[in-house]
Write a protein that binds this ligand. Sequence first.
Ligand code: GLN
Length: 281
Amino acid sequence: MKIFEVLQWGERRLKEAEVENSRWDADLLLSFDLGWRREQLYLERETVLSDEQWKHYQSLIARRSAREPLQYILRNQEFMGLSFYVDERVLIPRADSEILIEKLLEFRKSSAKAEIRIADLCTGSGALAVAIAHFWTEAFVIGTDLSSAALEVARYNAQQNKAQVEWREGDFFEPIRGERWDWIVTNPPYIPEKEHRLLAPEIFKEPEMALVGAENGLIFYRRLAEEAASLLKPEGRILMEIGWDQGQAVQELFQKQGFRTQVFRDYGGRDRVVYAEFSMR
Ligand code: GLN
């Protein structure tokens, strides 16, 4: 079959499986498989695939039709302009999380201190920690996770992006206790159990422990609010990703513990990041 016919076939198969951007995915899977840039598919639309190439492409389309996320098949997701390896061990970085990094880097401008210590809790693929270490080179950055499998991916991503990050394994705040931090950043599991069931089939291929949180998705924020006083320097601050409807609840948890808070929206205009600092400063 010729390339343009193969792409039509792939698009049709994906559409039947109700994959959202069927043409886009059909293209990316073929260009990835051939090791080409996407434009080359159009320059060589009449080229005939070898039997082996055609067979292999069919296997990729079968995986995507079974609603395996495109990024797991491509083993890649871009975040903050950096390239991240991803597979079933980690949540795929989301564009909406970039807003957290952008806000952090705005604070960087006003921060004069020499040694800034930043902890990224529930780091997963390492997207936040690696991006922070990449853009804020003087900072000491660590990433923590309960999953040693996720930390293997994070460590690899730091190497690939030449970022200096220290990785520590452990639950909640165990890996950072006994030290004080200028910044705690986190994108914890915040999906309420009952909402998880309603999400797109692709999300079920992602680790549930990276997505679903107890107490209506609020457990991590509640515990962080209660313990932050012993984890932060007096001028320490927190940036955390939240679900679009959790802004009010998360702010209240922190205000109850004496924090001043603020909410930032994502590119889609929904609440996405809560900022917290001690109000007694
Ligand atoms: N933003 C992710 C989603 O919508 C959830 C990430 C998380 O739970 N930390 O799937």
